[in-house]
Design a protein around this ligand. Structure first.
Ligand code: ARG
Length: 286
């Protein structure tokens, strides 16, 4: 009996081993995030139309309460720990005649744990805060999921009341929209495939940057379009910041698509916000 069990176990293990190497026909490499090396220091806040000072004051008051009573920390921790239960089913879209009853939130729901889908329901830290704000305002929450780089323009033209999307406050955006008080501090981090020791000896952002500066145009960094990660890598002309013009920055519609290309060997590294990098790689490395 014992022998049979051992044999069965050996069979199972060898099948598992073969799958680990081949995946679905192709070797999938694990992704390694340099979580300790923060390349930037960023604050997330919600973007509101410059003329809507009333909403900004309301949201700031709600945020202040959530901070003071510990609820904000609770929400954030529950999503980091993976035991959050909040999900939201979008109602049908507001119409011209009932628009005033809705709190319309713009997001890009591919940024766990701030906004993402659970099946076809919305979830994430920003989504839970959005639902609290809607309740406080006595309105129905409607989430408009769009490309990240459409969010600031959507706030500007009033297509959405607010953008809640793990969005970093920066000078560029402040020219066109207002921001609420901050609710989270974050950073860009770099991810490579397991076994790539390019950054293995790095301890600081400067160490990473010196290596990045030494690369040529055949070195490819993936990031999400319109984000601070993109600006960090490709530069930002408006602010006379050159970024790493020596290498190639490739923009993707979502961070997960960049990570996928990294895993498939089409990129050398990905630069993305820290917590989303951790969450996305964790699910891909499974
Ligand atoms: N924090 C970065 C920025 O503001 C990335 C945000 C991406 N958010 C998203 N929901 N996809 O540019």
């Amino acid at each position: 009996m014992k022998k049979i069990m051992t044999f069965v176990l050996a069979m199972v293990l060898s099948v598992v081993a073969v799958f680990a190497f081949t995946g679905c026909g192709e070797a999938k490499k694990k992704l390694v995030v340099y979580t300790e090396i923060e390349l930037t220091a960023e604050t997330y806040a919600f973007a509101i139309n410059k003329s809507n000072t009333e909403l900004k004051e309301d949201v700031n008051a709600i945020l202040a309460d959530l901070k003071e009573n510990g609820e904000l920390d609770e929400i954030i921790n529950s999503f980091f720990d993976g035991n959050a239960e909040f999900t939201y089913t979008n109602p049908s879209a507001p119409t011209a005649s009932n628009r005033a009853n809705y709190f319309v939130v713009g997001t890009n729901a591919y940024f766990p744990p701030f906004e993402h889908y659970e099946g076809n329901k919305l979830s994430g830290i920003d989504m839970q805060i959005a639902s609290i704000i809607a309740t406080e305002l006595g309105k129905t929450l409607y989430i408009k999921d769009m490309e990240f780089d459409s969010l600031v323009p959507a706030v500007e033209i009033g297509e959405v009341d607010i953008a809640m999307a793990g969005m970093t406050v920066n000078e560029e955006r402040l020219k066109v929209v207002d921001f609420t008080d901050g609710y989270y501090t974050s950073a860009q981090v770099i991810t490579v495939v397991e076994g790539d020791d390019t950054f293995a000896d790095c301890k600081t952002a400067e160490d990473v940057e010196n290596i990045l500066k030494s690369k040529g145009s055949n070195y490819k960094i993936g990031t999400q379009n319109g984000t601070t990660g993109y600006m960090y890598s490709a530069g930002d002309e408006g602010f006379g910041y050159d970024g790493f013009k020596n290498l190639t920055t490739k923009g993707y519609t979502t961070g997960a698509l960049a990570m996928q290309d990294l895993r498939n060997g089409k990129l050398n590294a990905v630069i993305l916000d820290k917590q989303p990098s951790i969450m996305i790689t964790k699910s891909m490395n499974k």
